[in-house]
Design a protein around this ligand. Sequence first.
Ligand SMILES: O=C(O)CCC(=O)C(=O)O
Ligand SMILES: [Fe+2]
Length: 935
Amino acid sequence: MMKPGSKLVTKGLCIPLDSIGHDCTDPGGSTSNCFLLPSWTGRGIFNGGLNLDEQRHGRDIGGGGGRATRKRRRRDDDGGGPRARTILEQLIYDEIRQCDVCARAVLWTPSQERRHFQVQDDGQSPEDHASPQLTSIAERLPGFIERHIHCLTPMPCSFCTTEKAGAERWCGSLYCCADCQIRGEEGARRNAGRGELPTNANETSVASSNVSPPKLLPPKLFFCQSRFLGGGKVDPDLATEIIVSISAIEGRFKSIFGYGDEDVNTATQIIGAEECALLITTIIACTNPDWIRELFVFSSKGDECIAPPGYINSGEESLVEDLWAMSRSHSSVSDMLPKCNCVLGTAFPSYAEFLRFYLDTKRHCVLRVNLTTHPMLSYVTKTMLTPRLSEDERGLALELLMSTCSISDFDRVTKYNNGSAVHNEDVEQSSILRWRKAAYLAHRFSSQSDSDDSQLKQIRSHLQKSYFAYSPCAFRRKLHSCVPTLALSVGDLSRKGEDDSRQAPLESLNWLALHDIPCTDTNFDHIFTISKLGSLEGDLKTRQAELKRLMGQEFVCSCTRCQVEARKNDLGRNVELHFNEVQLRNIADLAMQHGRFEDASALYDTILRTHPRNGDVLHARAASYLGRASASSFAKHGHCQGYFVKAQRLWEQAGSIKECLIHPGIATQVKKQSVYRTLQYCKASLSDETSIKNNIAFTTYLDGRCFITNNEPVISLEECNNIISKAETHADGWTTSRHYAVPTTDIPLHELTEIHSWFHQLWNEKLRPLLRLQFQLTGNESFTTSNEFQRDIFIHDCFIVRYDAKRQKYLPPHLDESTISFIIPLNSDFKGGGTFVHSLGRTVAPTTGGMMSFCGGDLIHSGDPVVSGVRYIIAAFCFVDLVDSGTAKCVDDQIIPSCETDPTFQSQKQTKLKEILSCDVKAAVNQAFFFGFDL
Ligand SMILES: O=C(O)CCC(=O)C(=O)O
Ligand SMILES: [Fe+2]
């Protein structure tokens, strides 16, 4: 803290006007020490929302310079009341200019130097060397100077983050050390030519201060999906810290606006609901400049609701620039909140008016957001072009979509599909996805029975609700990392751990721990990092280039991921790397989430060199093989290039390591291997199998990518009923979150012990030969690399699925993680349902006990909504892979410890396995730890 009485040396001064306005301490609104800021806020200013609109006068600060598209309205009605005419105000008017650094209104001293504050901590009283007027202000308003001395307290530089005494203050909220100050090349380029402000070309300080600070971006608002690894946990002590700091912000929010949770309506009076909704557009847009135009267009809703024409398609002085400028202006909620006072109790008549206010003041507001106009949803409306739906139905579908599908879910589903190999004819998939989903929802709506009315009402009331959203800019000062620990996540904390996250309403923004965050460091800045990149999926070069573009040419990211990737060639080799296991693990897990399985494999291998018995890493390593297996194109290779078999062998070996027994993931895989006899088939000789003839007739669709059996079932009606009854009486009940992106309500077959031997026989005698025949796995060796290998089909996951009109009715469009999937309907006493295959353009449903088989990883399909009754099916994900004569080893065998052969251990293992598998694996998987705050 600066000592009282520190000397303020002002060689020219840049003082954000709004901070002066806020300094007014005159509760009665007397004129003595109030400032009126003419036409600046676009509304009246301080003092309890007193609207001084009519009194606005003064010079046009924009003055024709600055940004061409953002000229301030000039008010020449200079006849304001006495309040407007205090000497002080006049002084200030004379000194108002637009700061060329922060682009806000500032006081400007006659010396016209573009320097900001400098502090000399010599214990002398404040003094202004350059401006008698300001000295005069200082004398009359001691608090005013104090305030700025306070502001000049050495701060961590916003750009390099080192705390430096005498760091300079760029503007209302950015602190920049001298080193960074001269680096803002990007800013300088952008500022060049905006010569409206008084300059003195002969003074070097002018030249150097013509440099804008490097751009700092708000965090990207992205939605974390935990594919294999279930999110992260945060050390409880750290979590408390964050919650404390966040509630402090929230407390500030409440005290500023003077209301608590109960008085939520106040907030909508601040800015109309419509505007709020559009502001969240802005907020989201701020997180990704590339979205802005699109989002603004999509969020247009009639004339009063669109951004003024000048802001769209206006070339280089575009909205994007403005938005970035805004995001630079404030660094914390407490910094920005006081400035919202000026509009307390008012609503903007139109979006244009609001936007003008927003852009002119550059105030990030805490807002109430009405989700009915959420841009994401408008976007959905726009692309929802289904001919099946009438206008009304479309509206209803949209409503229902909003109520049942969180953005994160929407994002996940589309991402999931976009990320996978998709056949050419499915290029329209994303729009199909949207309308298809909407169609389901419309369908669901139209099938609402009377008893569901209350649910509908609930949905409707949910839609009427509006929500608070903090601008992510508030958290802008968090450090960037290409392997961030945090992401902002939308959702309701009270529902954490619930099975169906798709149902979570968008009631809060939370910080989501992307992986475990241990409390190892007292410097939270380094622990809590976010990504400022739009996408983390790029390689080192791409990311560094993008970061330079975003943060300034000098910016070099030195996060662990960048460091590790710079040494990519050393991964997996016997070279000292100096990265710890946790760091490598986080980077590898991120690669898994991105589907960069090769990168992930190399990183896991590196960890396994030093921690060969780490169950988590072995499991993840096997999962990376499986990822590569499902990324292999069946059409191109005809098999998984050995990766499925490698994954299985690794799980087998991991399951034989003492330390790995307690690992639920490995235990499950080992159990599946024994139920589906995966390894037995992997090692079996195929000669006897190829002779199996199948006499089950089927019809071929889509050039051999989809088959449906004709009339003869593969399992009898009695068998179907038996499975249903076994499933319905299964002690552990139905699971709803086994599959990460599009979960079904199901029971895995490996849990239904009573039917294991029946299923094995069915697989061996009917299903496997039939599938081998359909997908030509026999007699077509052109896909294999040598005579040593033959192709075969393996089950990776098989489960009984349950749909009903009241719980899970349908399954959204998706691709399976499989080479081949099959579906066997177990009953027919329901309405609706069936498998919709998008390339076929219709819903297919084999007879009960019949089988539909298809390239699950290539064909988009979905489960049509069940309208009444309950639909049961067996579904399975299978992989086609290469099998050798039974002796092949994984290429990476050397990194895997050998199996324990001790017989005592083997029997302990069996007991332990049973124990693990009887416990609630679901709970173990749902370990993501959320922390944050309700809004
Ligand atoms: O319900 C259906 O017919 C489709 C099921 C499905 O696609 C799946 O479980 O992956
Ligand atoms: Fe599927």
